[in-house]
Ligand binder design. Structure first.
Ligand code: ASP
Length: 354
């Protein structure tokens, strides 16, 4: 009897301890990415980036320009790979790889982003953590040097998921992010591009939905990663589409459209004609095809990019990675700047047949 009473006492004590622990966790508190960082030296990890899809063909790129793109893609993905190799988080790898692409005028994100009808930059970005399903997005910012960092701050240090325009920029100030004058983002090349398209528009030769955009280079940047703890993350950063008007927002800052990550399935970043990616809820659709239909990452990405998007009229590309490090890099345009770093092997490609 004494033993039974003792056992009963121990049981009650352990249940009450568990309850105390539970009640000390604030249910409104978001888990942060930092919670995910512990080192598992031999676990698989990997990273994939894109620098936009579109009419990227050998004839349009001189050998020296090809080399410059190659070097920048290599620098960006190597940064992320080093972070992962040293046990860093997928979110950190995504953020830092994208920072390098945002700082380069070669791509349509950060410096060198495409310009609006008013010849101004209006930048969009988003990031998602596949472990916690936390996410952050920003749209229409023109003073934050690295929009992906602002999306990260929204995810980690705000109660919200999606901020826009002036409010997003005010929040950036509170997070002490690097701010710049909008002119920092404007390059001669993008000024010429938007003026050329506006000219055609004046001559009634073109509109936003026109052959000048359809089939041209898009150039958004994105990154997906798997870290040694089995956590996935995805991020995308863009200037949107040339000559956009009326505060147009594309798919890139929208969670589920241009960016999605879930440890149960995959991490996805897209690039292409945003209106169609929003309507197709592309990034989430790929995850859902894996979750509910049991498709592999390759099958899911191919179904969306070669069947569902063309049926709607959309074009572009997708990069994705799953929790085992299987990847997909698919596009229905002539080319896509892309790179993967898996098992210490770096692979960089631009064109269709490589
Ligand atoms: N998806 C982007 C947008 O529509 C453009 C791109 O990928 O280059 O804003």
């Amino acid at each position: 009897m004494k033993n039974i009473l003792l056992l009963w006492g121990v049981l009650c004590l352990s249940i009450s301890c568990q309850q105390t622990n539970k009640s000390s966790v604030d249910p409104t508190q978001k888990q942060t990415t930092l919670d995910t960082i512990q080192k598992k030296p031999n676990a698989p990890f990997g990273i994939v980036i894109h620098g936009g899809a579109g009419k990227i063909i050998k004839e349009n790129l001189s050998d020296s320009l090809e080399k410059v793109y190659h070097e920048k893609l290599s620098e960006a993905i190597s940064k992320g790979n080093d972070i992962l190799k040293n046990g860093g988080s997928a979110v950190e790898a995504v953020k830092q790889s994208i920072n390098i692409l945002e700082d380069s005028p070669l791509f349509n994100s950060g410096k060198g982003a495409v310009l609006t009808h008013e010849e101004q930059p209006e930048l969009d970005a988003s990031i998602m953590d596949g472990k916690t399903l936390n996410a952050g997005g920003v749209s229409g910012v023109s003073t934050v040097k690295n929009p992906i960092n602002l999306a990260y701050e929204v995810m980690e240090n705000s109660e919200h998921v999606f901020l826009s325009g002036k409010g997003a920029e005010a929040f950036a100030k509170t997070r002490k992010l690097t701010l710049v004058d909008p002119s920092y983002f404007i390059t001669k090349k993008q000024l010429q591009n938007v003026r050329r398209i506006k000219q055609k528009e004046n001559n009634k030769q073109a509109s936003f939905y026109n052959p000048d955009l359809n089939g041209s280079k898009f150039g958004t940047v994105g990154c997906v990663a798997l870290d040694k703890n089995g956590n996935l993350a995805a991020g995308t950063s863009t200037g949107g589409m040339t000559n956009k008007k009326w505060g147009r927002i594309g798919d890139s800052p929208i969670i589920g459209a241009g960016t999605y990550a879930n440890n149960a399935t995959c991490a996805v970043s897209g690039t292409g004609w945003g209106e169609y990616y929003i309507r197709g809820v592309v990034a989430y659709d790929i995850s859902a095809l894996m979750e509910y239909k049991g498709l592999s990452i390759q099958e899911a990405v191919k179904k969306v990019i070669y069947k569902k998007q063309p049926q709607l009229g959309g074009e572009g590309g997708i990069i994705a990675i799953d929790h085992l490090g299987n990847i997909a890099m698919e596009f229905n345009t002539p080319g896509m700047f892309r790179a993967s770093y898996l098992n210490d092997e770096l692979d960089i490609k631009m064109y269709q047949k490589e």
